[in-house]
Design a protein around this ligand. Sequence first.
Ligand code: OOG
Ligand code: NI
Length: 448
Amino acid sequence: MVPLVPPWVLRAAFARRLSVMYGTEVPAYTTLVEVAGQVNDDVLRDAGESAERLGSIERVTAERHGAIRVGTPGELWQAAQIFAALGMEPVGFYDLRDAAASAVPVVSTAFRPVLPEELDRNPFRVFTSMLTPADRRFFDADLEKRLTAFLERRELFPPELLEPAVRAEREAGLPQGQAERFLTLAVAAFELSPEPVERAWYAELEKVSAVAADIGGVTSTHINHLTPRVLDIDELYRRMEDRGITMIDRIQGPPRWDGPDVLLRQTSFRALAEPRTFRETDGGVTTGALRVRFGEVEARGIALSRAGRALYDRLVDGPVEEWTARFPGTERQLAVDGLGFFTYEAVTGRPRDGRRPPDDLAGLLAGGWLTARPIVYEDFLPRSAAGIFQSNLTDPGARDSAQTGTHYDQHGMSEAIGRTVHDPFELYAAQQNDSLARARRALGDIEE
Ligand code: OOG
Ligand code: NI
């Protein structure tokens, strides 16, 4: 039997090649990766072991997320097939249409590995947005019709790319030669196309939303940012500004504080003007520029339970004093209050002191029966995502808020993709509960 290149090796190779491609297309991204690497080295040197509490330095160094935008359920279905070949499944539903100040006409999910061991091998994830042309707040019936027709005519992913993707998913890998070709075509599908942009069509969509134009104004898709992970995002922000790269005005997500890092903190630099060719209404070709691709960086923290997330949502906009006063200041407290997710392990070497393990988690942790390791947040935050979209729009676009939008939810997204969209809270809870059940069994064994 020919040995197959397994999905995780394909995923790691895809992430690496995408990074090389994006670095040649967007040089400021390379600067971001360089600076992130230097910051990570410094943190590792100064903080030692605790720097790796939320992931090994190998994982963090290789870690990236990308973002793509597609136009139709059919295109989303195909993107999902390509990601399935790489061992990435849809997780989470994000509706970015009704974020008050920063609405964009898309609904989104993220493709990523779901098993902890797969995440450890390579956690590459892609935030994937789909245009919603039937949403009357953004598009009237006439524009919807023309937009849909335009999208139906284009082909983002050729059959030579989709066929091996189906095979890779079915057989859990590809033979070496096919893997090579698959990766080459997959990276090419996300490059910026040199095809001329229809000026008038692009401009018409841009009036509605720059995101609508970026998706539906061109005949291809492209990766619009690629994000490295950094261990100290405040330090990175300072160093980028020192290098003369203007970042957006803030770091999004939880505040910097002395307590545990939770969820996700992100910042970005604005999209750069890139030369593009345009087709004018008289048929002539001209050159111009578009700002569509940018750089972003992120720091990841502990995954929060639904209750933890609700507390986060209540506190995040308030004064930092309120956050400090009300948000748990230690990992132990996050665990005991049921606000954060952890994996638990029985302590086997615990000295025998005649005591029996208590039933409650607080007692088990306080008595040294269990150790807790944080589960890293592997997903996104809708408000930061909306902010990331927005930071790259020069014009907020036009919306008719008297109209109502089309309904979309996790279920509808699953139907569009033809695959189940996982609920991130359920994934984290299952991982936590499995570990706790194992730990309790182990404690039972130790006792006997
Ligand atoms: C995606 C924006 C969301 C993030 O990190 O929150 C995102 C986009 O601009 O297409 O990538
Ligand atoms: Ni992003």
